[in-house]
Structure formats: structure tokens, C-alpha cells
Design a protein. Structure first.
Length: 291
């Protein structure tokens, strides 16, 4: 009996020691240690039960996160809706099944993000080496995520579509591939969310989304909230060149007639049409690749 009471008491003490209030969690994990619960950034919030259930369902792969179709020009169009536990696996499978494609259009428009690691692994499918991102936590510690040649699946020409609602993990994909000149970005400036959040399950079946790290791209040494600027923007049915990259500038001017024709068309997805034109021109100017 005495032994039983001792075990129960030990259990209770251990349970109390592990119990954390929301304030404790914020103080321990939030990117700015001295910030109170009332002064968190706009990304950190407690979701209600319905929102929490939807987020859990999405991140656990219960919804379709990716789709793909081969266009008649033999260019593979891939749409990623969000990044869940299955996204990289599904993308890799799609790329390997369509290994004879001549180029890839990766549509990240309206993709609000998802799981950080899936965004990093997606970028890694297209990069042989180099920094994808580095993260910084509330202790000022950096963690570096580098591409590995062993995980690369495709070297095909790549055009990425982005817009204002391209955020978080999808920005990691777009930004890292742009930094390494691996992909040509077209569309509109992205959301500019450089926050990495942890999903913390609370006892009341709600979720606390808390910013625990910030991330930087290759060549950056200061955390900011800069948007990713595509090389070719599309505003008011006009294409605008924003890049200083000589090759991309030459490419833009080469397709002037096609740009003007696409700009005049209505009720179509102008960015997909432009991506096809760009891939055709890129194929002409680069050596053949089989992967």
C-alpha cells in the first residue's frame, strides 16, 4: 500500500513538472524570448477547434496536395496546393513517371505553405548542391539545410509560377531555386513570410501556431520579411522584366512577339501560356538533359 502511494505521488509530481501553460510555451519557444502572449507576431495564434481539425487533416495528408498533367508540348505541368507529409513523395513519383518530359512548370500560386521539411525536400529534388535555407532560432543559433546530389531527381528546365498568396514553404522552394538560378520565376511578388512555425497541440483540442524560427536564403545575413520578386511580373495584363540576370533579360526580349500576343488574350491563364513559351526558348538555348 505504501509502495502504491509512493508510485502515485511520483506520477503526480512528474505530471506537474511537465505541465506547461501557454505562457510557458511562448517564453520557451517563441522567436523573441521576452515577448508576452499579447504581443506575438501576426502569424502566431491559437486556432479554434474547427480550424485545428482542418489543419491536422491537411498536414496529415488527408487531402490532395498535388496534381500534374502532361501538356501537348511535352511539358509537365505540376500544381502543388500545399505541403503535407506526402507532397515530396508524390512529386518525386510524378517526376519519375514523366521522365521524358522536356521541361517543368511548377505552379505555387495560392500555396500558403505547410510542412517546412517538405518544402526543403521539394527544393532538394531540383538541386545538386548548395544552401537551400538556413534557420535562426530564439537563441541566435543557425541550422543549415543543404541540397544533396543523391536526392536530385530532375535537371529539366523549370519555370515556377508565384503570386501574392505564395507563402512559407512554397516561398522556400521558389526562393531557393531562384537564388541558385535553377528556376525562372514568373507571376507576382510573393507574400514575404519568413517565419517558421511549430504546431503545438493544446489540451482543449486546439492548436497553437507559434513562430519559433526565421529563415534566410543564400547570400542573406539578416532576417527580414522581403517578398520574392519574380524575374517576369504580370500586372494589368502586361509583362514586366524585373531581373538583372543577363540570360533572363535576353530570353525576355527574344519572346517579345509571343508576350504581346499572350497579353492580348482574355479568359485564359496567361502565366501558363508564357511558361510554355519560355520553356520552348530555354530548350533551344540549352543542352539536352535526360533527367
Amino acid at each position: 500500500m505504501v509502495l502504491l502511494k509512493f508510485i502515485i505521488l511520483a506520477f503526480l509530481i512528474k505530471g506537474c513538472a511537465n505541465y506547461q501553460t501557454i505562457e510557458d510555451i511562448v517564453h520557451e519557444k517563441y522567436i523573441d524570448k521576452n515577448t508576452s502572449l499579447k504581443h506575438l507576431d501576426k502569424y502566431s495564434k491559437i486556432l479554434d477547434k474547427n480550424q485545428s481539425q482542418l489543419l491536422n487533416s491537411a498536414l496529415n495528408g488527408n487531402s490532395k496536395s498535388i496534381s500534374g498533367i502532361m501538356l501537348k508540348n511535352n511539358f509537365l505541368y505540376i500544381k502543388i496546393y500545399f505541403f503535407d507529409v506526402n507532397t515530396t513523395h508524390l512529386l518525386k513519383t510524378l517526376l519519375l513517371k514523366n521522365v521524358l518530359s522536356k521541361g517543368i512548370i511548377l505552379d505555387l500560386r495560392d500555396n500558403h505553405g505547410g510542412i517546412l521539411d517538405e518544402g526543403i525536400k521539394t527544393a532538394d529534388l531540383f538541386l545538386d548542391k548548395g544552401l537551400i535555407i538556413k534557420t535562426k532560432n530564439n537563441n541566435g543559433k543557425y541550422v543549415y539545410y543543404n541540397a544533396k546530389k543523391s536526392t536530385t531527381v530532375s535537371h529539366k528546365p523549370l519555370v515556377i509560377l508565384v503570386n501574392t498568396y505564395t507563402a512559407s514553404a512554397s516561398e522556400i522552394v521558389a526562393g531557393s531555386l531562384q537564388k541558385h538560378h535553377r528556376a525562372l520565376l514568373i507571376g507576382n511578388p510573393t507574400y514575404g513570410k519568413r517565419a517558421i512555425q511549430e504546431v503545438i497541440h493544446l489540451n482543449n483540442n486546439k492548436i497553437l501556431k507559434l513562430t519559433v524560427e526565421k529563415y534566410l536564403f543564400l547570400g542573406e545575413d539578416k532576417v527580414n520579411h522581403q517578398k520574392i520578386i519574380p524575374s517576369i511580373q504580370f500586372t494589368n495584363r502586361k509583362f514586366i522584366l524585373t531581373t538583372n540576370n543577363t540570360k533572363e533579360q535576353r530570353l525576355y526580349h527574344t519572346i517579345q512577339k509571343e508576350r504581346e500576343k499572350i497579353s492580348s488574350l482574355k479568359n485564359i491563364d496567361s502565366l501558363i501560356l508564357l511558361a510554355v513559351v519560355l520553356l520552348k526558348e530555354i530548350r533551344v538555348s540549352m543542352p539536352h538533359t535526360s533527367s
